[in-house]
Design a protein around this ligand. Structure first.
Ligand code: GAL
Length: 460
């Protein structure tokens, strides 16, 4: 068993729309995901989050399971339209009460809440009436919502994440259209990303000016990125892989660490890439106390200066091909998860080290990593050796990265339980099990329990 630093944070993560259910209860109004999932043929089997894992009603049971697992940290997200049904104006006290009770329940078991303010469920009214993430005013709406959360929960919540994966919002939501709000555009992703970044900056500014001193918490953003390995060692492919990483992670991290988008993006996109005002630059620079990273997979990257958009587009993971001209591919020898994502722990280590080098070794948390598999049930136990291998591999990669000086301070496994996997619908229908609570409850030998051992072994 490898050992992690004593103060390493071991946690698990979920998000509001994927688990809460109670979509029209407790004063909550619809988000863009409710509307998207209720539009025919947008999700597998037309499934939606109306009930999901019923966490809204069963949160006490769920928290007890977390405590039994030995989790010290739990990352969840707040549904904006439960707090402000219209995305602006009146506060829904029932929504406040729900999260307040959840936080108290977690603290009762000494589980530290890590709270994401936005995990893709924009209040529908902000989208239909205000143009959602395309409207520059959204930074003010988001700031007000964040302010409400800080003032109501910040006495107990000390770890804030403004946005989850703005890349997904921009690319899957506005370029590929496979996620809410389902738009397909060449330019909107860049405009949306710009407003997401400004909104993040605004929330952080409010936290630092009004709450940080008294509440003493930290605040940051979570970005997602896969690793891009040059297909060959030609300078062209090496440059293509670097460009792909800049268009993926640099797009969102450079403005925070350097005050502007990567030069490769500016050179390629010109005026299609919005410009930050001086005020925005100042607001964004240094606006994350830590580097939140969601990491799942790796692909090869090759230079593709011309030719058809022949990208091996694994679930939209490339960004806009015409803008990047990087062809992505997987080695057919690589194992994949049930979501067809290649398993390549070495890519995780390389990405962690790339972040360390590019952004001056910031404190880093893996806020999501995990896998889906078609687990079999054998003699009443979940046979999930593939997941064990996955977790072993990725945690070893993390450990090696720490050995090489990466300031990795925590790891949150996705997910705490089976849930609504966005356009893929309910994973259970596909026989895909994440770390689900039935697994936790019923089976003595499985990776959830293994995870518990890891936590114990590491001194908790
Ligand atoms: C992430 C996302 C999660 C979950 C995960 C894969 O991109 O933040 O909500 O969908 O992928 O299971």
């Amino acid at each position: 068993m490898i050992h992690f630093p004593k103060d390493f944070i071991w946690g698990s993560a979920t998000s509001s729309y994927q688990i809460e259910g109670a979509a029209s209860e407790g004063g909550r109004a619809w988000s863009i995901w409710d509307a998207f999932a209720h539009t025919p043929d947008r999700t597998a089997n037309n499934e939606h989050g109306d009930m999901a894992c019923d966490h809204y009603h069963r949160y006490k049971e769920d928290v007890k399971l977390m405590a039994d697992l030995g989790l010290k940290a739990y990352r969840f997200s707040i549904s904006w339209s439960r707090i402000q049904p219209d995305g602006q104006g009146a506060v829904n006290e029932e929504g406040i009460q729900f999260y307040s009770d959840l936080i108290d329940e977690l603290l009762k078991y000494n589980i530290t809440p890590w709270v994401t303010l936005y995990h893709w469920d924009l209040p529908l009214a902000l989208h239909t009436e205000k143009d959602g993430w395309l409207n520059p005013e959204i930074a003010d709406y988001f700031g007000t919502y964040a302010d409400i959360c800080f003032s109501r929960f910040g006495d107990r919540v000390k770890n804030w994440i403004t946005l989850n994966e703005p890349w997904v919002v921009s690319i899957l939501g506005y370029a590929d259209g496979v996620f809410a709000p389902g738009r397909k555009s060449k330019d909107e992703p860049y405009l949306v990303a710009h407003q997401l970044l400004r909104s993040h900056g605004k929330a952080v500014k409010i936290y630092r000016e009004k709450y940080e001193k008294t509440q003493q918490g930290t605040i940051g953003i979570t970005n997602n990125c896969d690793w891009r390995e040059p297909l060959t060692d030609t300078p062209e492919d090496v440059a293509a892989a670097q460009k792909a990483l800049e268009f993926f992670l640099g797009w969102f991290a450079d403005p925070i660490y350097f005050g502007d988008y990567p030069k490769s993006m500016r050179d390629k996109l010109g005026d299609r890439l919005p410009k930050f005002s001086e005020e925005d630059k100042e607001m964004l620079l240094g606006s994350s106390d830590f580097f939140g990273l969601n990491h799942y997979t790796t692909l090869y990257a090759a230079d593709a200066p011309s030719g058809p958009a022949a990208e091996n587009n694994v679930y939209g993971n490339g960004g806009i091909f015409e803008d990047q001209r990087v062809a992505l591919s997987a080695d057919p020898e690589w194992k994949t998860t049930a979501m067809q994502w290649p398993v390549a722990p070495w890519g995780c280590q390389k990405l962690l080290e790339w972040i360390k080098d590019r952004y001056q070794n910031p404190p880093l948390y893996i806020t999501e990593n995990g896998c889906a598999y078609n687990d079999e049930i054998v003699n009443g136990e979940i046979k999930d050796t593939e997941r064990l291998d996955f977790l072993n591999g990725y945690l070893s990669a993390c450990h090696k990265a720490i050995g090489n000086g990466v300031n990795l301070k925590g790891y949150f496994v996705w997910s705490f339980m089976d849930n609504f996997e966005w356009a893929l619908g309910y994973s259970k229908r596909f026989g895909i099990h994440y770390m689900d609570y039935e697994t936790l409850e019923r089976t003595p030998k499985n990776s959830a329990l293994w995870f518990k051992e890891v936590i114990k072994e590491n001194g908790f």
